[in-house]
Design a binder for this molecule. Structure first.
Ligand code: MN
Length: 441
């Protein structure tokens, strides 16, 4: 089911939406990610990204172009709820059917495409005229810690003699995050206040964080759920996975350092988490699968409930991930954002299927639209570290911006921009769209 490459992936497919042909577009006809958008004179509703346009799925259904009563009913339910949950709950095959239909309607050859093009004014909305919301109504949000490079780097700063804890190579470590403070890309993020204790001080003080950071992560939306008490087998895990997005897990390092023992992150993390607008389906990602992390000799094999041959062969996703930063001064002076890291999602120690199987292994029920995040994606090299804590080594190796400004952690009015994309010979490049946020006062 996972690795099916079909007609919708063909590199020679072209769309009558001309902007989708631009090689730099994140949204060629081979991608077709799903989102919820808000635009004038329309209810909040599901759409598909194509070039610089959004295919309005409600309008498509109303124009009789879907050619599938079940899909039409689901699209209308998503519109009523302002979320993709109803569609995600149906599982992978329904998402695949919708993808096939959207592909046919957007192609520049064939009768469905010609019929859709004649109705283009009714069914397309320009991205510049729409606001993107979070794709699903997230009931529960869980954040993992799946990069061994991130875990080792952070561990060595917080616990110099004891960097990687003994459970790391056995247990996909995670914690329950907070769904209520998930925000859409572009939402301003207010600098949180909290308790911090300076090195050597006897008592903590309360005030605005002085060590505000981002964390570059990949998010995974749950499709079909599992019933309470019924774990998902690793071999079946991807049938419960709808698609991926980008996540910025904003973190206050000084609050985190003081509060995290013994129960883990709490207020250092739950003041805001930014989610990118588009759910890139597992089907769109099929050409970009990669082997699971190759564990060095001496590392334990995953326990049987976390081991599956197919998942070891192709359980990872070859997504290139980038973080850029711009200060208010850089924007005032017309400077482009500065890239501060570039890495790959293949560097993760655990696959998304392993995270999902582990999460449900005690019988915990995952529900349609729930969000799992990977944890900070950091690779082996310095320039692939996915947060400032690692990138500046807790502030001891500051970054210099093109204006000469220096950054150890984020300052007010800094903008963090995350991007992700997949490339492979013989296939069209696809991307995730931006995950952005500006730090507020
Ligand atoms: Mn995180």
């Amino acid at each position: 089911m996972t690795l099916t490459i079909d007609d919708t992936h063909r590199a020679d497919l072209a769309s009558w939406v001309s902007s989708a042909q631009s090689p730099s577009s994140d949204f060629p006809i081979q991608n077709l990610p799903l989102g919820i958008f808000r635009a004038a004179n329309r209810s909040d509703r599901p759409g598909v990204a194509i070039g610089d346009q959004i295919l309005d799925l409600v309008a498509v259904a109303e124009q009789g172009l879907l050619d599938d009563d079940d899909l039409s009913a689901l699209i209308h339910e998503c519109e009523r709820e302002g979320s993709l949950n109803a569609l995600l709950a149906e599982g992978r095959l329904t998402l695949r059917a919708l993808r096939a239909r959207a592909s046919a309607l957007l192609r520049n050859d064939g009768e469905p495409g010609r019929a859709a093009e004649r109705l283009r004014v009714a069914i397309l909305v320009s991205m510049t005229e729409a606001e993107m919301l979070i794709p699903s109504r997230v009931g529960d949000y869980t954040d993992f810690y799946a990069s061994i490079h991130h875990a080792t780097n952070v561990g060595s700063m917080f616990r110099p003699d004891n960097a990687l804890l003994p459970n790391y190579k056995w247990v996909p470590i995670g914690y329950h995050g907070r769904a209520s403070s998930l925000v859409a890309s572009g939402t301003r993020v207010k600098r949180p206040s909290g308790q911090t204790r300076d090195d050597g001080a006897d008592a903590p003080t309360f005030g605005p964080t002085r060590r505000l950071d981002y964390e570059l992560e990949v998010g995974a939306f749950i499709g079909a759920g599992n019933a309470l008490g019924h774990p998902v087998a690793i071999a079946d895990a991807e049938s419960h996975l709808a698609g991926l997005c980008l996540v910025n897990d904003w973190s206050a390092r000084d609050i985190q350092a003081w509060e995290y023992q013994p129960l883990g992150p709490f207020l250092a993390k739950n003041f805001a988490t930014t989610v990118s607008p588009w759910l890139v389906t597992l089907d769109a990602l099929a050409p970009f699968r990669a082997p699971a992390y190759s564990r060095p000799t001496g590392d334990p094999a995953p326990l049987p409930y976390l081991h599956d041959d197919a998942n070891q062969r192709a359980g990872a996703f070859a997504i290139t991930l980038e973080v850029s930063l711009s200060s208010a001064r850089m924007r005032d002076e017309g400077m482009a954002p500065m890239r501060v890291s570039l890495g790959s999602f293949t560097s993760m120690y655990w696959t998304v299927a392993q995270l999902l199987a582990h999460h449900s292994s005690n019988g915990c029920n995952l529900e349609p639209g729930d969000l799992l995040a990977s944890g900070t994606v950091s690779g082996e090299t310095k320039d692939s570290r996915g947060c400032l804590l690692e990138r500046t080594w807790r502030g001891s190796e500051p970054l210099t911006l093109p204006t000469g400004e220096v950054r150890r952690f984020l300052e007010d009015d800094d903008e963090v921009i995350m991007r992700g994309w997949c490339e492979r010979d013989g296939f069209r490049r696809i991307g995730f769209g931006d995950c952005r946020g500006i730090v507020g006062a």
